[in-house]
Design a protein around this ligand. Structure first.
Ligand SMILES: Nc1ncnc2c1ncn2[C@@H]1O[C@H](COP(=O)(O)OP(=O)(O)OP(=O)(O)O)[C@@H](O)[C@H]1O
Length: 245
C-alpha cells in the first residue's frame, strides 16, 4: 500500500519539488476497494507532486498500489477521498462526461497490455483519440508521430500483423498524437522481451525531451527507473519514487 511513509532519498530525486512546478498533485489521496471486512486500501493518504517536464518512475512491490496511483493521478479512477490536481485542474470537480473528455486533450496513457483495437489499422488506432474528440487528423502530425516511434510503412497493417513491440509503439503513438502534457505509462515494457522493452523505454525517455511534456511511468525494473532521458538544456530530468517498502 502506498501511504504517507517517510523514505530515504533515492538517487536522482529532484531536490524538493517546487509546488508551482508540480503538474500533477495528489493531496491526502486514499483509494479503498470494496467495503467492510473485505475492503482493501491501495492508497492511504498519499500526498505527492509530479514535477513538470520530468521523467518520473513509480516503483514498489506487487500489490503496493502503483497502478491505482497512476489511474487516480490520470483521472481514470476517482479516489475514495483526497484531491488530485492535473495542470491546476481539480479532477474531483469534473463530471463523468468532463472526466472522459479530459484525458483526450491533456493526458496520454500507455497500458502494459497495449490495448490497441484489433479491427482498426495502425493509422486508425493512432488517430482514434483525435477522431473521438471530433478533430480531423492532420497527415503531417500522423506521419510525424508514426516516424518518431518507428512505424513508418506500417500504417495500413492491423495489430495482428505486428509484433508486441510494434503494437506498443502504436499505443505510444496513439498516446502522443494529441500532444498531451502528461504521458502516463503503466508497466509499458512489462509484456515485452528485453531488447524490445529497451526500445519502448527509449521512446518514453525521448517523449520527455519535448519541453512541454511530463512522463510518469510505473515499472518493476530499477534499471528502467534509473535511466535518464536525453538531457535538454536547462532542464533537469528526474527519477523519483513516491514510496517504497
Ligand atoms: N478492482 C479492485 N478491487 C479490489 N481490490 C483491488 C482492485 N484493484 C486493485 N486492488 C487491490 O489494491 C491493491 C493495489 O493494487 P494495484 O494494482 O494498484 O497494485 P500494483 O502495485 O500496481 O500491483 P502490481 O505491481 O502487481 O501490478 C492490491 O492489494 C489489489 O489487490
Amino acid at each position: 500500500m502506498l501511504g504517507p511513509h517517510r523514505r530515504e532519498p533515492f538517487p536522482g530525486d529532484p531536490v524538493g519539488i517546487d509546488p508551482s512546478r508540480a503538474t500533477v498533485r495528489l493531496t491526502q489521496v486514499t483509494r479503498t476497494y470494496g467495503a467492510g471486512s473485505s475492503a482493501a486500501t491501495a492508497l492511504d493518504r498519499v500526498s505527492t507532486g509530479i514535477a513538470a517536464g520530468a521523467f518520473t518512475a513509480v516503483m514498489g512491490p506487487s500489490g503496493s498500489g502503483k497502478s491505482t496511483f497512476l489511474h487516480c493521478a490520470a483521472g481514470l479512477d476517482r479516489p475514495t477521498s483526497g484531491t488530485v490536481q492535473l495542470g491546476g485542474e481539480d479532477l474531483g470537480r469534473l463530471s463523468e462526461k468532463q472526466l472522459i473528455r479530459f484525458p483526450r486533450t491533456r493526458i496520454g496513457f500507455v497500458f502494459q497490455a497495449f490495448n490497441v483495437l484489433p479491427s482498426l489499422t495502425v493509422e486508425r488506432n493512432i488517430t482514434l483519440p483525435l477522431r473521438l474528440a471530433g478533430a480531423a487528423p492532420d497527415h503531417a502530425s500522423v506521419h510525424g508521430v508514426t516516424a518518431s516511434v518507428g512505424l513508418t510503412g506500417l500504417l495500413g497493417r492491423r495489430p495482428s500483423e505486428l509484433s508486441g513491440g510494434q503494437q506498443q509503439r502504436v499505443a505510444i503513438a496513439r498516446a502522443l498524437i494529441t500532444r498531451p502534457e502528461v504521458l502516463f505509462a503503466d508497466e509499458p515494457a512489462g509484456a515485452l522481451g528485453p531488447d524490445t522493452a529497451e526500445d519502448v523505454l527509449g521512446l518514453l525517455r525521448q517523449a520527455v525531451t519535448d519541453p512541454h511534456r511530463t512522463v510518469v511511468m510505473v515499472t518493476h525494473d530499477p534499471a528502467a527507473a534509473r535511466r535518464r532521458p536525453a538531457r535538454s538544456p536547462g532542464r533537469r530530468p528526474s527519477c523519483r519514487v513516491p514510496a517504497r517498502r
